[in-house]
Design a protein around this ligand. Structure first.
Ligand code: MN
Length: 244
């Protein structure tokens, strides 16, 4: 049997999208146990209000990952939706939390993993928010608020972000090519895997005269999206949502 590793991102799980959850649960139970490892590259959840926001839904997801962890290690990189996830939930779900950019040797090929939002520098409004969200003070301030207040803020934020997205030109939301080259150079690697843009593809870049591969994961809005990496190849795959 060929050894392989799975990558997923941008599931945007929420209690009001049971079709996405079902597809994930099936994947975790029947497919992921055969992998050497599972990497979740951010935006697993549509919104994360804090590890104290314990709901039947968040517990169901944690339990499914925890069950998988018996056979397959699970690594997690934060996205822009779930950057507030801390050790407490990670422990319940048996996630190993990784830094925002992490280099892993995949069957002999060093590969940098990231959510990818930091490369979308043309989205000026978002970059401002990102700077605040990753500061030392803002998360502390937010997490100090009562959960009920955080829930209200999140609800407001969701409607605002929906409106903004419709106004943004397509190219603003995609990565800035020069930022991609920077990330390759910073880690001195020739392969990158990221999500965030919801534009699944395998791109080839030229970095210092060498070919470098950038794999973009797909989202889970209308189907499941899975990347399978082995020593012999990389494949972007989809999983259909069951209609029931
Ligand atoms: Mn994202």
């Amino acid at each position: 049997m060929i050894n392989f590793t799975y990558f997923i991102s941008d599931l945007h799980l929420s209690a009001d999208r049971p079709d996405i959850t079902q597809c994930l649960l099936h994947f975790l139970e029947h497919e992921a146990p055969h992998a050497d490892a599972l990497y979740v590259l951010g935006d697993l959840f549509e919104v994360w209000l804090g590890d104290d926001d314990i709901t039947p839904f968040s517990e169901q997801i944690a339990y499914a990952f925890k069950s998988l962890s018996v056979s397959t290690p699970i690594y997690f990189i934060h996205g822009n939706r779930d950057f507030a996830m801390k050790k407490r939930y990670a422990k319940r779900a048996c996630f190993t939390l990784l830094p925002e950019q992490f280099v892993v040797d995949l069957y002999g090929t060093p590969t940098v993993l990231l959510h990818g939002d930091e490369m979308c520098t043309r989205d000026v409004e978002y970059m401002k928010f990102r700077k605040k969200a990753r500061s030392w003070w803002w998360p502390r301030l937010m997490l100090a608020l009562p959960l009920s207040v955080r829930r209200r803020i999140a609800q407001k934020g969701r409607s605002v972000s929906k409106n903004n997205k419709q106004q943004l030109a397509n190219d603003i939301m995609d990565v800035t090519p020069s930022e991609v080259i920077k990330v390759f150079g910073k880690h001195n690697v020739h392969r990158m895997i990221h999500g965030h843009t919801h534009r699944p593809a395998i791109h080839v870049h030229e970095v210092n005269g060498h070919k470098a591969t950038r794999v973009v994961l797909g989202d889970w809005y209308t189907q499941g999206s899975v990347l399978r990496v082995s020593a012999t190849g990389i494949e972007l795959e989809t999983r259909t949502f069951s209609s029931s």
